[in-house]
Design a protein around this ligand. Sequence first.
Ligand code: PEP
Ligand code: MN
Length: 266
Amino acid sequence: MSPDPADKLPDLGQRGDTVTLFAGPCSVESFEQFDEAAACIRGLGLTWIRGGAYKPRTNPYSFQGLGEEGLRIMRDSARARGLKSLTEVMDTELVGLVDSHVDGIQIGARNFQNFSLLREVGRATAQSQKMVLFKRGFAGTIEEWLAASDYLSMEGNRNIVLCERGLRTFETATRFTLDISAVPVIHKLSTMPVCVDVSHAAGQRDLVPPLAKAAIAAGADSIMVEVHPNPRSAKSDSAQQLSLPQFEALVEDLRAIAAALGKTVV
Ligand code: PEP
Ligand code: MN
């Protein structure tokens, strides 16, 4: 019997042959704290480190980040360790400063429809084609997310990574509800790579490994994970950050899952 073409589904999980990990602390707190995470990440043969210098905090009395000093710490540590650095920009006026310190610019969930910020980041990176990691708003549809990404690309940046980071739903057992379906849906609708930020979705460190494994199995092109040398004393998102030994164990497991899909973790 000849096979019915309708029985063969496209493989929406396959894109590149690597899975990039964007790991690092929630906030840059000091050179020592950031550099210890950087040494671990580099030691595992990974390429990127993340960290927040300007933090979008719900409460104005919470730690707001080290600002420009945080950017310098990231730049110096990442350069010395041979890593690429990724950080969030929240203000249109700070795009140039942030751009001059890091290798990738993050736009956070709370700014996913801040169209003037998107335009400015798109303009500032049009020449360099620096990677922009564009998070989904926690109440945003995929259609709105893709439309918002056009504000970046229409200004000239075509190096956009879309990052799913969980949605606000009626569920309270997790910080946000991870929409794992976003991975194959984006692969179907767009050529942009998809990242899954498992830490902000989970909100609790014990949920991070299973969600990261699920994201890689679903075909995610990259994963974001918060790691901290001493998570319990972290100045932000203490409950969800992995310790360095926990992260090392996770990377080993993720490499095994990636290998089953013919991919390597970088
Ligand atoms: C972050 O990655 O540091 C962050 C604040 O994430 P989000 O914008 O997804 O809440
Ligand atoms: Mn965080």
